[in-house]
Design a binder for this molecule. Structure first.
Ligand code: KIV
Length: 277
């Protein structure tokens, strides 16, 4: 029997020294597969802008679409801890951010929202938290600040960078962030954050100290055409399998071997002979 995973569950796993697994999901069947596989948390990430829509940056992702996809993911995975990623569009003001968060929680049933945030956003995080929203502050590499595909670079790789990361983390947690997500930093940097905060910390290419880890599902399944980041374990080659299956379909059509007898609807009654007048 499955049990709904909550913020408290993730906190208990952290306290027990047990790690949790998070993946991205943008659709119903992926969400179903993830829940069946025991994934603890799903992120409807704005990475869908690059992964699904083929954009070169995550900036153009519309909130409306994200909410629709989050609803589908919730239908597929009613028990996971579900996180809606607040897209760049919502970062215009504290009001637009709070309105976006309300849509994810009320319309899609998300348990939390993720915000790419720095120390400059503490007032917004505080406002979300005051409104009862469970906020995950995303620090380190923040893809919404990246405008071209070659702009994705690891962060906090020197002592000053680590200090800034820790300052951001502390300020955002003090403001009310219930969790952190750290992307693309060396293990020493994430370990420094983990020494400073008591909330669960999710790593995305951030080393083993993190309490949980997330990667983009399509990267892990070998479904993306660009080389995934170095921290992604590629556990399947579904993209190659998908292309091979499609090629086989084309070949069957061209050879006339499809449709075969097993693909045809038989008549229930024998056809009536044609009458001529
Ligand atoms: O949008 C996303 O999928 C993300 C993860 C890669 C952390 O932010």
């Amino acid at each position: 029997m499955s049990q709904r995973i909550t913020l408290q569950t993730l906190g208990e796993l952290k306290s027990a020294g047990r790690k949790f697994a998070m993946l991205t999901a943008y659709d119903f069947p992926t969400a179903q597969a993830a829940q069946q596989a025991g994934v603890h948390a799903l992120l409807v990430g704005d990475s869908m802008g690059t992964v699904l829509l083929g954009h070169t940056s995550t900036r153009g992702v519309p909130l409306n679409l994200m909410v629709i996809l989050a609803e589908a993911v919730r239908r597929g995975a009613p028990d996971v801890f579900l996180v809606g990623d607040l897209p760049h569009e919502t970062m215009q003001s504290c009001e637009t951010l709070c309105a976006g968060a309300r849509r994810f929680t009320r319309e899609a049933g998300c348990d939390a929202v993720k915000v790419e945030a720095g120390i400059e956003h503490v007032a917004w995080i505080a406002e979300l938290a005051r409104g009862g929203v469970c906020v995950i502050a995303h620090i380190g590499l923040r893809p919404q600040s990246v405008l071209s595909p070659d702009g994705y670079r690891a962060q906090a790789r020197d002592a000053d960078g680590v200090l800034r990361l820790v300052d951001d983390a502390r300020a955002l947690v003090d403001a009310g962030a219930a969790m952190l997500l750290i992307e693309a930093v060396p293990p020493d940097a994430s370990a420094a954050v983990l020494r400073e905060v008591s909330v669960p910390v999710i790593g995305c290419g951030a080393g083993p100290a993190c309490d949980g880890h997330v990667v983009v599902t399509e990267d892990m399944l070998g479904l993306t055409t660009v080389r995934p980041p170095r921290f992604v374990p590629v556990h399947a080659a579904l993209g190659a399998e998908r292309s091979a299956a499609m090629r086989r379909w084309v070949e069957e059509i061209e050879a006339g071997t499809y449709p075969g007898p097993q693909h045809l609807y038989p008549m229930r009654t024998a056809p009536q002979p044609q009458t001529t007048t």
